[in-house]
Write a protein that binds this ligand. Structure first.
Ligand code: MN
Length: 269
């Protein structure tokens, strides 16, 4: 099986190297196309206003048999170029291993998750994989997330994903032997407190830094709860953001009729 691997931390990040190596060792054919620099939090951005370029990585850290390219676009650009041009035969798009979790409300900001979504839009199966670590953690267990991903791919060969569904996997930053297990979860709630910090530059001008502390609602059954309690979290996602209860309520209300009466749509037939 041929898989396309990308990320949003950049092609030389340790997480993507660990994932590509593990997949290669497990017998998958691997093509890596990833941004030439960190592109975390770019969401689903696709570059329409300028040309995109790809080039083979130099001083290649990947195994010899792994084709690897750096790209000057976003994670979603990498998936578009991979699936439409460089490796259309891939059956899976894998995005990660991200340094840092993608839980709750992180999903729409995440370049990691968006790259997997792009894979699904282009008709491929896709998995986003993130490790619940911080850049400055003394030990970062990418190998745990890599082996979870390889096992999950093996399971999915016998239990194919429905079309249009991607998996968002978050792994606690622990050695494999210390994981409590795996939980299938729903998206939880994670909001950021203190999103904007105001600073002053050496010239006395104000600047801002957007960051904030994540505040999780630790409700059992959610992705945030599972990872906080030492479980691998696996959330199936799809792209339909419609809120069906509100849709039904609006349909039952006189909203459509009111607007038709008041705004005189369709007067000219
Ligand atoms: Mn990232």
């Amino acid at each position: 099986m041929h898989v396309l691997v990308t990320n949003d931390d950049g092609v030389f990040a340790p997480g993507i190297l660990c994932l590509a190596q593990a997949l290669h060792e497990a017998g998958y054919r691997v093509t890596v196309i990833a941004p030439d620099r960190e592109r975390s939090s770019v969401g689903h951005a696709v570059t329409l206003s300028r040309p995109l370029r790809l080039w083979p990585t130099s001083n290649n850290p990947f195994p010899e048999e792994v084709r690897s390219y750096a790209c000057d676009g976003t994670p979603s650009d990498c998936v578009v170029l991979g699936v439409e041009e460089m490796a259309p035969e891939v059956s899976f798009v894998l995005s990660g291993i991200n340094c840092g979790p993608n839980l709750g409300d992180d999903l729409t900001y995440s370049g990691t998750v968006s790259a997997a979504m792009e894979g699904v839009i282009l008709g491929k199966d896709a998995i986003a994989v993130s490790l619940d670590c911080r850049v400055l953690d003394a030990k970062i267990h990418y190998e745990t997330a890599a082996s979870i991903t390889v096992s999950l791919l093996g399971w999915l060969e016998h239990h194919p994903l429905p079309k249009g569904v991607l998996l968002n996997v978050n792994v606690p930053n622990l050695p494999f032997s210390r994981l409590k297990g795996l939980q299938v979860t729903r998206k939880g709630v994670r909001v950021y407190e203190g999103k904007v910090t105001r600073f002053e530059d050496p010239h006395g001008r104000t600047y801002f830094w957007v960051a904030g502390r994540p505040e999780d609602e630790l409700v059992e059954g959610t992705d945030v709860w599972a990872v906080a309690h030492g479980y691998v979290s696996l959330t199936p996602l799809h792209l339909d953001l419609t809120h069906y209860p509100t849709l039904e309520a609006f349909k039952k209300s006189d909203l459509e009729k009111t607007f038709l009466a008041e705004l005189q749509f369709g007067e000219e037939g």
